[in-house]
Design a protein around this ligand. Structure first.
Ligand code: PMP
Length: 392
């Protein structure tokens, strides 16, 4: 036996950028590549609410015995109340804890495949891991090229027109808020229009909500999710707590299936539990327990929400500062102020991206995606100077 039938797989391009950034000895270097929040000092701190919840767990947790494939159900239920409110009644939603948003997406894709779904429609460009996750579960992603990077614009009419041509029973992926990598969301009227097509065409919506609270506000950021899942008979919600609780490597996530009645929901849920059991048996506990402790405690929730507000305000402030630089060559920064969350994608070629790295120590993804949180006010000025030099 040998593995000589296997071909060498390329390293994740973002990991390569992280490595190159780390090795770069220039002190003025700027990292706009990796998708984590950074404060004004360039750190990705542990939130105070998280530290307090961890202290409480350390003092009070009595056992680390197994839970089950559903994970920490107190975490799942508290989170569902916060995210969905009463838009989706309790008997219509059935959830389980997953290893991060990625685990939730993978499980959702496996459930879709098991239910006979073959295709998922996705607005392009999308998060680079969406296609691999769906393909790994045997679901074919169908991309709708409806974002213009040059104009920083979502052509929603085109997206809806293409979606209208989908076969009933197809799935459609929607970013709940803070689109990665474009930072452009449909807005309440857009969500209404999407919901109308999804319901009329009999499509199955899968919402990927990975940045709740980093866009317009915690409640505002799940408005579209609530509109859609309240109206569609069946749906899926893949959730990540890794950005809005700053828990990244703890891998905290959840997946809910929504169904027209408790009986059909219970069947779908039992399939999710069986799939989870075959994948990871049960999810890692610590991060989800931390989120549960925060959500169970009014004072910890208050502290966390204040910290999340600071994250959101920092992103919005940096967006305004970038936008105030106007248009630089082909890059129209004015639209950035209208964007939401951590990302935007700029119309830059590979040669220009390499030049920014080599000449100015500015690192961004090969797609032109920038992490807004990678900036500080002084580095925005440096970045814009570099863009002006690029244009000359
Ligand atoms: N969905 C989107 C759109 C994302 O950007 C990410 C993380 N970058 C995820 C899901 C998954 O996040 P995680 O697995 O870290 O929870």
């Amino acid at each position: 036996m040998s593995f000589d039938t296997l071909a060498l797989q390329p390293a994740d391009p973002l990991l390569k950028i992280i490595g190159a950034f780390r090795r770069d000895t220039r002190t003025e270097k700027i990292d706009l590549g990796v998708g984590v929040f950074r404060d004004e000092d360039g750190n990705t701190p542990v939130m105070r609410a998280v530290k307090l919840a961890e202290e409480k767990l350390l003092r009070e947790q009595q056992s680390k015995s197994y839970l089950g494939p559903e994970g920490d159900i107190g975490f799942v239920e508290r989170l569902a109340d916060k995210v969905l409110g009463n838009a989706v009644p309790v008997e219509r939603r059935h959830g389980l804890q997953t290893p991060g948003g990625t685990g939730a997406l993978r499980l959702a894709a496996e459930l879709l495949a098991k239910a006979g779904v073959r295709r998922i429609w996705v607005a392009a460009p999308s998060w680079a891991n969406h296609a691999p996750v769906f393909l790994a579960a045997g679901i074919e992603p169908r991309f709708i090229e409806c974002f213009s990077i040059a104009a920083q614009h979502l052509d929603l009419a085109y997206f809806l027109e293409e979606l209208d041509g989908a076969t009933p029973g197809d799935a459609v992926l929607l970013h709940g808020c803070c689109h990665n990598p474009m930072g452009i969301d449909p807005g309440p009227l857009g969500w209404q229009a999407i919901t109308e097509v999804v319901v009329r065409r009999g499509l199955l919506p899968l919402v990927d909500l990975a940045y709740q609270g980093l866009g317009e506000g915690f409640c505002e950021d799940s408005l579209g999710t609530r509109i859609l899942l309240a109206a569609a008979p069946f749906g899926l919600l893949a959730y990540s707590c890794n950005k809005n609780f700053g828990l990244y490597r703890e891998r905290v996530g959840a997946l809910w299936v929504t169904a027209p009645d408790a009986e059909q929901g219970a069947i779908a849920h039992s399939n999710l539990l069986a799939l989870a059991r075959a994948n990871w048996s049960m999810p890692p506990d610590h991060g989800a327990a931390v989120v549960r402790v925060i959500l169970e405690d009014a004072e910890l929730t208050r502290i966390w929400r204040e910290e999340l507000d600071i994250v959101r305000e920092r992103l919005a402030g940096l967006r305004r500062a970038l936008a105030s630089e106007g248009r630089i060559g082909k890059v129209d920064l004015t639209q950035i102020a209208r964007g939401k969350g951590m990302f935007a994608t700029l119309p830059l070629s590979r040669t220009q991206i390499d030049w920014l790295r080599d000449e100015h120590a500015i690192y961004l993804a090969g797609s032109g995606r920038i992490n807004i949180a990678g900036f500080t006010l002084p580095t925005i000025a440096r970045f814009c100077d570099a863009l002006r030099a690029l244009d000359r």
